[in-house]
Design a protein around this ligand. Sequence first.
Ligand SMILES: Cc1cc2nc3c(=O)[nH]c(=O)nc-3n(C[C@H](O)[C@H](O)[C@H](O)COP(=O)(O)O)c2cc1C
Length: 479
Amino acid sequence: MSGEEMLLIRAADYSATRRTERQAARRCDYHPGAIEDENIRRPGRRQSGRRGGHDGTIERWCRPATGDSTRMERRTRRAVQPTRRGIDMNPASRREARRRLLRFLLQSPLVASGASLAAWWPATALARPERAMPDSARRALDLFQIEAVARTTLSPQAWHFIANGADDGKTMAANRQVFDDWQILVRRLVDVSTVDLSVEVLGEKLASPIIVAPVGNQQLVHETGELGTARGARGHLMICSTASSYSIGEISAAASGPLWFQLYASKHQPFMKALINSAAAAGCRTLVLTVDAPTLGNREAERWFRADGPSTAWRMGNFDAYAGKKGIGDPTMTWDIVAWLRANTDLQIVLKGIVTREDARLCRRYGVDGIIVSNHGGRQEESNRATLDCLAEVIDGVDGRMPVLIDGGFRRGTDIFKALALGARGVCIGRPQLWGLGAFGEPGVRRVMSLLRAELARIMRFAGTTSIDAIGPQYLRRS
Ligand SMILES: Cc1cc2nc3c(=O)[nH]c(=O)nc-3n(C[C@H](O)[C@H](O)[C@H](O)COP(=O)(O)O)c2cc1C
């Protein structure tokens, strides 16, 4: 069954749930929504119904079935009179205020980190999919639902390892906010019955431009660690971290799609050489050197909770087999490392973490094969620059001579579409793979990838595009 078919079934499921909730609402004697209704109630008749809110939500209301005016009803009539003693009694304002209060409560970390409010809140008041907790990966409607499950499932140590951004999280937030600045210009009357998501990057034909970003220490999130992610990625390109819990050899045995190896520089060159050799032996054709880590980002919540869990969770599979001096992180690293890599491997070299035109030009000069525009998901420097804002200048800096990929904040098919329209060749997904893994294990990762694929295919159909190569700047406008 395709991801899209599953979504359709899930949508049908959801309407069925809503029907049940409506029936429950009809049975109730009184619902606070009654005071929102300005119509005079007809005595002796139980009334119920539903109304569409401005944001598309359904509000339910029902009233008591008594012949005479009840005290509650009289109070209700008084309540719908506008402004009294300076208090805005307008029903619409009250409704909006109530909605805001609910939203505020639900978004508070207290609620989010504790038992899920959605689990015990009366269904009639909270019949909104973005508040629901799917009980299986298959039932998740989008990545945010999977995130919500991961948040309640994982230990504070694991959750903050994933969620934390550097300093005040402004770069991490900027990565997401920027998507709202761009609108998609859709075209009509195009045959979009077949949509092809495949794309070629550095000589490898990929199932889609959606790529699994390198993320270390995945056993902290789920016992299957990177093996679960590799299985869940199902044919998508996965970039494996130097800091993975399992070794690149072990991940390669579990994966069904192509793998690249992400390298952190080390002060110990023989160790780096051993890492590169293991990657080549595991079948990787491309090496991704991360260049945005001259030091560790200031991730305070991650540090705060780090000591709380078992130290075994920080196992480094790629370190096990190497007996010599090892370690990652080298603040002395300069552009010379590209020449060193060239001399020590035939693998293609991609630099991850380039965000300026100047560095993009240097990538060309030093003969790099590709770039990933990245700020490490806002986990390193607090620059406040969104990666999508850096993309155009990086592409310009390399004159389109090498593929430029991007990551940072991609959560929707439309986000991916926007980056592709701005010239990215592929989009890497970081935290969502961990949400999927932490919430549901391998099926969670699979669901994350299939949801993104389905969403990308859907927006391509709406925009009137049938292949990745056809997505260009003509489909985008900045407000
Ligand atoms: C928990 C976590 C661990 C990460 N580990 C690595 C790593 O080992 N190597 C690396 O190059 N990037 C690492 N990253 C950064 C990701 O590769 C990617 O740049 C970032 O997550 C993309 O942003 P997103 O999480 O908003 O999708 C990590 C990110 C997270 C969230």
